[in-house]
Structures are given as structure tokens and as C-alpha cells.
Design a protein around this ligand. Structure first.
Ligand code: ADP
Ligand code: ZN
Ligand code: ZN
Length: 711
């Protein structure tokens, strides 16, 4: 008599809606099957790594046609909570389960041929562990003990501690840069981690933030095992760190968004620092929000989570206001430093520009405003550092009139029209609305004043960097951008130069302003805020405001009680814009409440929910046509109702990427469920006409995105 065969269902990293059945031969494999087990299975003509999601005694397919699992990974199976998280992510973000799980596992464990070798490596490194001498916490590493906390910090810590039992609470810890938020959550985690084996997850936005924070966290937990997970960590190190986290050997997991899906069997608390930061959004593959998944995870596990920010995202802030999240505030700078003074320089005011007769006019021709040049001069004379920010990468193709400040606005909705340059095949330059799909020809002159010099906002800042270096040629000018600091080590070395005072003027992108505790900054200048003020993306002002607050936080960070908090200079054509006016008053809540009003009126997120269907093909026409026919099918199916808006397909702002042209379709509903159902319908519909994610015939690659953060 033969016993009934064991069948396992396995998901793989392919754009497929379902898993595959395989036979499990206990005698051959040497162990019983378990859900969560990583396995190697035959696939097509080769083999592939997959994950067991179901074990049963029968298959819908004929058992003798099934192939067998080839090999089992020696790691323990993924735990049930992690699988719940993966299932949720897969459903919510409309992405295959296998495509969600497998890429979340470090490469080191995705190659079956290396399993045995890598597994024995782990054991060697575990047995090699010696008793390292534990250094006492150093003030230099930013260690502030509980007794050193100020009154407001102590109160916030008290609130956090009230809820540390097995209970879900989402806290919003809001306080301006330097108000001591990090000191509060690290003291809180100290209590949480008193329980043996318990784990805490700290998410941070950028790689360049981690080295400094890493030292600081270590200072709080000299006796705990900590691992760091971000894209700058080598594959092998990451594979090892992931293993230590998943096996419960590491207590503190500090990482960027990619750490959000790490299996953590004893997870007791989560912190999401700078929760508003857009880098929490994954921008390829499964387009998840690491912050949102972290909140879901905390809820699922019934543990507390703290979202930390000086400028919370509108979503989080509204949840804090409504009481859904517990709102904690730190309202003063921890060391009593004053707030920086915000100076708006109206670049359209002739008095702010140098004129030929000015004695103090620089010899070089430079487009910097007079107040700014003088401020940098003064800062140099006072031996203080100046940070000058240029955002060369984010260039908004919204066009404006230099003479009267006319902007290319959409008259159908509240969005701005974006310029698309003339393309091949005689396609004319056009303006398009990325929200509602309206298309217009580019006007040859300003509709308001007739001026013919219409330009995309923010153009012309590219050359400023060189101009600054030649203007202050005797000063030590340091440039920092993503290219000069690809690796975390490179960035750290550059930041060190700022810290030790070997630079007088630092020119760079926003990244120089992030999370760094500089001690001698007297002035921060922002040169191209306007290009981010008006954008096709309705979240642009919110993002700009957050960046400016953060930038301002760098100024005067080291000043003590009574001293002024440094200066921030912003050059703009639009000094009356809400972003600047609220910044002037340091009024974060006022700004958010203003933005909330605007969004509610325009029926934009978070007052409505959005999904995006991306299409990418050899030609824009193909991409647009693909989305157009999808819209047609939605209409035919009767799905486009007053509860579900489906707009017209439009080109993406970054339309061309490596030989393919991209377009998008916005799907919107004020009801989450309605949107979810529609996106699932679209997923099924597109899968039917596709091979994987590429449509048969027209060869259009597609992807569905839930809760896009930029459109
Ligand atoms: P945030 O996270 O809000 O930006 P931090 O916790 O990083 O603030 O604190 C800002 C600076 O002030 C850090 O250098 C930190 O070490 C210091 N600091 C924080 N709390 C205190 C305190 N109670 N007394 C003295 N210094 C503090
Ligand atoms: Zn005009
Ligand atoms: Zn529009």
C-alpha cells in the first residue's frame, strides 16, 4: 500500500497570480514540509527558489504529473506573522505573493546552490563570537540618559511607557528638528528591550543618515546585538544581518525601507523616524510604503509603534488630530536654541538684485540675489559655515511667465499642467495634466500679459554651483551630491569635512540637510524652491515645506540658550505662497491644516484614495493606447460610476526611460473598498491579455500601484 503523497504549494518570484503544486518526498528531502520553508523547485527547464505556502494531501492537478521539490533551505521557515504581513502586502498592493516574498529575502539566500555553504558560514561566525569589551556610553555619541531629559521629553516618555504592554497604539511624536525626539524614543526602547530576547525595529529614511544614528543607537544598547540593513551594506553582510534578525538573535534592527519586511519573531516595538519621508515608498517591484506596512504590522502583532517627525505627513497628522493616533509633542529645542530666522528674498524685486552702479557688486556675473551674497559674505567674515542647497535633480516642467508669474494651471482640476517636449514622429510639444488627463498645446506667449519668454520653473539653477565656487574662490567650497557620495562611506567622509570645519561653503542637494547635527552653520540658503512649489504633483508643496523645515533645523543647531538660531534664506518669485508664509512663522500645524483644507476641497488624498496603472512600451502611442483600451473595458463593465473615477491616460513626467516610453492612468475613489475592488478587477483583466506583466501582441509592460505618492 502506498501512503497518499504530500503536495506543497510553492510561490516563486514571477509575475504570477498563483503558486504551483509540487510533490514533497520526505524520505528524499529528509524532513517534513512546513509552511514558510524556502525551497528549490524545478521550473521550466531549470530550477528556481520558492516558498512553501500550503501543505496538503491532494492537488487539483494529476499527481503523477507533478514535479518534486529539489532541495530545502537549511534556514528555519518564515514565521506565521511574517507570512501574514506578506499576504497583506501582496493583496493590498496588488502584487503576486511570490513577487512580494522572494525579493524581500537577501540575495545570499536566493541561490540554492549556496545554501549549504552560506549556512555553515553563519555557524562559523556564531562560534567565533568572542566576548567583546563593552564600552560605556559616550556623550560624544549623543547619549542622553533618562535623567538628562527635559520636562517635555520626560512627559512624552511617560506617555510612551504607559502603553508598552501587548497593545497596539500608534503614536505620533512630533517636534521640531533638535527638540530631542530621538533621545525620547531611544530611552523608551531601552525599557522595551529590557525583556530578554525582545526585538525593536527602527526605520530611517536614507543611508546617509545611518552612520551617525548607528553610533547613537549603539551608545544606548552596549549589551544588545544590533544589525543594520540598508542598500549600502554588502550582500553577504545583509544576508547575515537578515538571518540574525529572522532567527531572533539580533535585538535591534536599524534599517531603511527594505528592513520593513524582515522577519522578526520577537518584535515588541517599532519606530519610524522621519515618517513623512518619501523614501519610505518603494518605487519598483511591489510599490509598498514601508511606514504603512510598519503600522499594519504593529496592529497585527498588538505592539506599539512610534511615528516620528518634525513635519508629519498629512495622513499621519490628521490621524493624530482625530485621536486615531496618540499625538505627542515636543515643542522646544532640547538645548534651548532659538529658532532660525527665515528670510524670504523676492527675486522679482529690483532692490534685491545687484545693479551696475553697486559698489559691492561681485565681479563675476552671477544670478544670486544681493541679500544672499551679502549674507554669505558676512557668514564667511564671522567664520561660520554656509550651506547652499540646489535641487538640480527635481526639475518641475510646470511652465511660468517671468514677467507676471502666470503658471500653467489645469482649468479642469486643481493641478498644474506639465510640459512635454516635442518628440519624434512629429509629435508637438504639449502641456498635460497628470491628474485628469487634459492635453493642451504649449502657448506661444503668456495668456495673461503676452510675454513670449515662458520657461519651465526653476530652469537656470544648474550652473549656479560653478558660479558660487568662482565667486568665493578663496573660501573652501565643498560640493556634495548623490554622485560624489554613492556609497555610505563616501557620504560619511564628506559630512565629516563639514563637521570638522574644513569647509566654509557647502553646496549640494537636499541630502546635505538630512539628519546631520552640524555645529557651526550660520546660514542656509535655498535657491530653487520655486521649482518645487508649483508642480503637477499635488504633494509637492507638502514635501517642500518639510524639506525647508528640515533645512532650517540645520541652521543654528549648536547655539545655546539665548543665542539666535541662525538664518535661512530662500530665493523666490512667490514670497506670498502659503509654504513660505507658514515657514516664516514656524507654524507646522497651521500649514498642515491649510493643506488639509485645500486637499479636502479638491477631493485629493487623503480625502480620496488613488491607484495608478503604469504602462511602458517602445512608443508613447502604444502605452497610451493600452491604457485607453483598459479604460474602455472598465466602462463597458459598468465600473466607472460616481464612486469610481478613471481619468484619461497621460504621459509620465519622466516619460522616457532607457528606450521605453511611459504613461499612466489615475483611478480614484472616496471609498477604499471600491478602489481595491477596481484595482483587483484591472489586475485580473490585464493578466488575461498578458504573459506575466507584458501584454501579448502590443508588448506593453504594466504595473498597478496603490497609494502613489507622486503622479
Ligand atoms: P531630534 O530627534 O528631535 O532632532 P535629538 O534627540 O537628535 O532631536 O536631539 C538634538 C540634540 O540635542 C542632540 O545632539 C541630542 O544629543 C541633544 N539632546 C537631546 N535631548 C537633550 C537633553 N535633554 N539635554 C541636552 N541635550 C539633549
Ligand atoms: Zn505673463
Ligand atoms: Zn486637470
Amino acid at each position: 500500500m502506498t501512503s497518499s503523497p504530500i503536495v506543497v504549494q510553492v510561490v516563486v518570484d514571477k509575475p504570477l497570480a498563483q503558486g504551483f503544486d509540487y510533490l514533497w518526498d520526505v524520505k528524499d528531502l529528509g524532513l517534513e514540509p512546513q509552511v514558510g520553508q524556502l525551497v528549490e523547485v524545478p521550473f521550466g527547464r531549470s530550477t528556481i527558489v520558492g516558498l512553501v505556502i500550503k501543505v496538503s494531501a491532494h492537488s487539483d492537478y494529476s499527481v503523477d504529473k507533478l514535479k518534486s521539490v529539489a532541495q530545502v533551505c537549511p534556514l528555519s521557515p518564515l514565521d506565521a506573522a511574517t507570512l501574514r504581513l506578506m499576504n497583506f502586502a501582496s493583496q493590498y498592493y496588488i502584487h503576486g505573493l511570490g513577487e512580494t516574498i522572494i525579493p524581500s529575502i537577501p540575495k545570499m539566500w536566493r541561490k540554492a546552490a549556496d545554501w549549504t555553504k552560506n549556512f555553515s558560514k553563519i555557524h562559523q561566525s556564531a562560534s567565533k563570537k568572542t566576548n567583546k569589551k563593552v564600552a560605556a556610553p559616550l556623550e560624544a555619541d549623543g547619549y542622553i540618559s533618562e535623567t538628562q531629559l527635559n520636562k517635555v521629553q520626560t512627559a512624552a516618555l511617560g506617555e510612551l511607557r504607559k502603553k508598552e504592554a501587548q497593545e497596539f497604539t500608534c503614536f505620533l511624536l512630533q517636534g521640531q528638528t533638535g527638540s530631542g525626539k530621538t533621545a525620547v524614543y531611544l530611552n523608551w526602547l531601552q525599557t522595551v528591550l529590557e525583556e530578554p530576547n525582545s526585538q525593536a525595529l527602527i526605520l530611517v529614511p536614507e543611508i546617509n543618515l545611518t552612520p551617525q544614528l548607528e553610533r547613537r543607537v549603539r551608545a544606548y544598547f552596549p549589551h544588545k546585538k544590533m544589525v543594520v540593513l540598508h542598500s549600502g551594506v554588502s550582500e553577504n553582510k545583509r544576508g547575515l544581518a537578515w538571518y540574525e534578525a529572522a532567527a531572533g538573535k539580533a535585538q535591534i534592527i536599524l534599517g531603511t525601507r527594505l528592513a520593513a519586511l524582515t522577519p522578526l519573531p520577537n518584535l515588541r516595538a517599532i519606530v519610524v523616524d522621519e515618517e513623512h519621508d518619501s523614501s519610505y515608498k518603494q518605487q519598483d517591484g511591489i510599490r509598498y510604503s514601508a511606514r504603512d506596512l510598519a503600522v499594519w504590522r504593529a496592529h497585527d502583532l498588538k505592539i506599539p509603534i512610534v511615528l516620528v517627525s518634525a513635519t508629519p505627513s498629512l495622513e499621519t497628522w490628521l490621524a493624530g488630530k482625530s485621536g486615531r493616533y496618540q499625538h505627542l509633542r515636543l515643542d522646544q529645542r532640547a538645548q534651548g536654541a532659538g529658532l532660525p530666522k527665515v528670510n524670504l528674498i523676492n527675486t522679482k524685486d529690483a532692490r534685491n538684485q545687484f545693479s551696475p552702479g553697486d559698489e559691492d557688486r561681485p565681479i563675476e556675473k552671477i544670478s544670486l540675489s544681493k541679500p544672499l551674497v551679502n549674507a554669505v559674505r558676512e557668514s564667511l567674515a564671522n567664520k561660520k559655515q554656509s550651506l547652499i542647497l540646489i535641487n538640480r535633480r527635481g526639475f518641475a516642467p510646470v511652465i511660468s511667465c517671468n514677467a507676471c508669474s502666470w503658471l500653467s494651471k489645469c482649468h479642469q482640476c486643481s493641478s498644474y499642467l506639465v510640459m512635454h517636449k516635442a518628440g519624434a514622429l512629429g509629435r508637438k510639444a504639449s502641456l498635460s495634466c497628470h491628474h485628469c488627463g487634459l492635453m493642451r498645446p504649449v502657448p506661444s506667449s503668456c495668456p495673461d500679459c503676452g510675454n513670449v519668454d515662458l520657461k519651465p520653473l526653476g530652469q537656470g539653477t544648474q550652473k549656479l554651483e560653478d558660479a558660487i565656487a568662482s565667486l568665493w574662490s578663496s573660501a573652501r567650497v565643498l560640493r556634495i551630491d548623490t554622485d560624489s557620495s554613492r556609497t555610505s562611506k563616501g557620504a560619511e567622509a564628506l559630512f565629516q569635512e563639514i563637521h570638522n570645519g574644513s569647509a566654509d561653503i557647502v553646496v549640494g542637494t537636499q541630502m546635505i540637510a538630512k539628519g546631520h547635527d552640524y555645529q557651526n552653520i550660520g546660514l542656509v540658503a535655498v535657491l530653487d524652491a520655486d521649482s518645487r512649489l508649483f508642480s503637477q504633483d499635488f504633494r509637492a508643496p507638502e514635501r517642500l515645506f518639510a524639506q525647508l523645515v528640515q533645512v532650517a533645523g540645520r541652521a543654528g543647531r549648536a547655539s545655546r540658550d539665548g543665542e539666535d538660531g541662525g538664518n535661512i534664506y530662500i530665493e523666490t518669485q512667490f514670497p506670498d505662497a502659503a509654504v513660505f508664509q507658514y515657514l516664516l512663522k514656524h507654524d507646522v500645524d497651521g500649514f498642515l491644516s491649510y493643506i488639509a483644507g485645500e486637499r479636502e476641497e479638491a477631493k485629493l488624498p487623503p480625502f480620496t484614495y488613488q491607484g495608478l496603472v503604469h504602462a511602458e512600451a517602445k512608443s508613447l502611442e502604444k502605452s497610451l493606447h493600452f491604457l485607453g483600451s483598459l479604460k474602455g473595458r472598465l466602462k463597458d463593465a459598468g465600473l466607472i460610476t460616481k464612486d469610481l473615477q478613471v481619468y484619461d491616460p497621460v504621459p509620465r513626467s519622466m516619460m522616457k526611460i532607457a528606450g521605453s516610453e511611459r504613461a499612466q492612468l489615475v483611478v480614484e475613489s472616496s471609498d477604499r473598498r471600491t478602489l481595491q475592488d477596481a484595482l483587483e478587477w484591472i489586475d485580473r483583466d490585464l493578466r488575461e491579455i498578458s504573459q506575466g506583466r507584458i501584454s501579448k501582441g502590443s508588448k506593453v509592460r504594466w504595473l498597478i500601484e496603490r497609494d502613489p505618492i507622486s503622479i
